[in-house]
Design a protein around this ligand. Structure first.
Ligand code: CP
Ligand code: NVA
Length: 301
């Protein structure tokens, strides 16, 4: 089984991985060394801090052997075709995890390899992030019936959070500038997988999205690969900044979340990022627990 799109796990699979993530966080020793010798390739076509380190640590904790590969040495699709890289790595490794620009390269890889393929972020989705995000939300409120407001770009992080969120019965409100909303295709996937009456609303008004919400979530206005648009996006997204005035419009006990890295002063102000109810570093920690749970799930029996 692959984890290219967050929906690949299915409803029960998502429940199981989130439960496992909670368990491995509570008792790190219980699963230590439980997958001895399995080899995990971690390929990066873009920079990373959290994903690279949390995945290496998670794999090592399980007794696995993590191998980090970078695009400047592999030349995915340049030095060699995507399929040939996949066929070769499949002969050495038991799990193949990739951070890529083009989501289709993951789809092509998954189609020809026996080893599970994991998406470590693409232009379309960031499913491992969504696992950690839901683990973090669940530490605050039961997922069923909670409301998460995502303010900003309808991007990879937003897509995976939205799809996984409604799969778990969490209501998702997205506030984006006109033209930066999640695509109709992603909205259709999300709505098709919703359970427990969870709803998705999309608006161009941040105040409407955050009113009474349990979680306020934002991400950078220009993702990796969109650097050339950064100045123009900074103008367009200005009124979507998560600042104290916006945060105050959420529920009294609302938490703030961000996948990080943050561009402080742009999409979030310091007073919100460092607020007593900010959970951004719990989220970063949960990347490690969630990835460990995913590895256990994908390599069982
Ligand atoms: N949130 C996240 O994926 O961070 P990195 O880009 O540092 O891995
Ligand atoms: N949307 C961001 C997330 C980084 C973890 C990006 O793709 O750059």
């Amino acid at each position: 089984m692959d984890f290219v799109n967050v929906a690949d796990l299915g409803h029960q699979g998502l429940i199981d991985v989130l439960e496992l993530a909670k368990q491995v966080k509570t008792d790190r020793a219980e699963v230590a060394g439980s997958r001895p010798g399995l080899r995990v390739g971690l390929f990066f076509e873009k920079p990373s801090t959290r994903t690279r380190v949390s995945c290496e640590v998670a794999a090592a904790d399980l007794g696995m052997v993590p191998l980090v590969l970078k695009q400047d040495e592999v030349g995915l699709g340049k030095r060699e075709s995507v399929e040939d890289v996949g066929r070769v790595l499949d002969r050495y490794l038991d799990v193949l995890a990739f951070r890529v620009f083009d989501h289709q390269n993951l789809v092509r890889m998954a189609a020809i390899t026996d080893a599970p393929v994991i998406n470590l972020l693409s232009d379309l989705e960031h499913p491992c992030q969504a696992l950690a995000d839901l683990q973090t939300v669940a530490e605050h409120k039961p997922l069923q019936g909670a409301t998460v407001a995502f303010v900003g770009d309808g991007n990879n992080v937003c897509n995976s959070l939205m799809i996984a969120g409604v799969m778990m019965g969490t209501n998702i409100r997205v506030a984006s500038p006109a033209g930066n909303e999640p695509s109709d295709a992603m909205l259709a996937v999300a709505r098709g997988g919703a359970t427990g009456g969870a709803e998705i609303t999309v608006t161009n008004d941040p105040a409407e999205a955050v009113a009474g919400a349990d979680v306020i979530y934002t991400d950078v206005w220009a993702s990796m690969g969109q650097e050339a648009e950064a100045a123009e996006r900074r103008q367009r997204f200005q009124t979507f900044q998560v600042n104290a005035a916006l945060f105050e419009q959420a529920a009294n006990d609302a938490i703030f979340m961000h996948c990080l890295p943050a561009h402080r002063g742009d999409e979030v102000t310091d007073d919100v990022a460092d607020h007593a109810r900010s959970r951004i570093f719990d989220q970063a920690e949960n990347r490690m627990h969630a990835f460990k749970a995913l590895l256990l799930y994908l390599t069982q029996g």
